[in-house]
Design a protein around this ligand. Structure first.
Ligand code: ZN
Length: 98
């Protein structure tokens, strides 16, 4: 498991043109359906491809965002840049944005 947080840095909302949305991008790249929110754990069809960043804890005890954006399934409730909860995601459930 890796620790991630919702992205706050500006990012391109548009997914690559061969996909209908970021969730479609995630499902096709991982080859599996998105069934639950990786942030709150809720099983729902109300999901989108959320932008997240990995975080790491440094020696000062604070968490720092690492460069690089990834997509993971997140429910609409959790998909808010103000949601600064750090959560655990299986590395295999993170798809790097090209
Ligand atoms: Zn959620």
């Amino acid at each position: 498991m890796v620790k991630v947080i919702n992205a706050i840095q500006p990012y391109n909302e548009n997914c690559p043109s061969q996909y209908s949305c970021w969730l479609d991008f995630w499902e096709k790249r991982t080859g599996k359906p998105a069934t639950y929110c990786r942030n709150c754990g809720k099983y729902t069809t109300d999901l989108c491809g959320g932008h997240v960043q990995k975080v790491e804890q440094r020696s000062d005890g604070k968490w720092y965002r690492l460069p690089g954006l990834y997509i993971t399934p997140i429910c609409y409730e959790c998909n808010n840049p103000e949601n600064s909860k750090i959560f655990n995601v299986d590395e295999k459930d993170l798809v790097r944005i090209p």
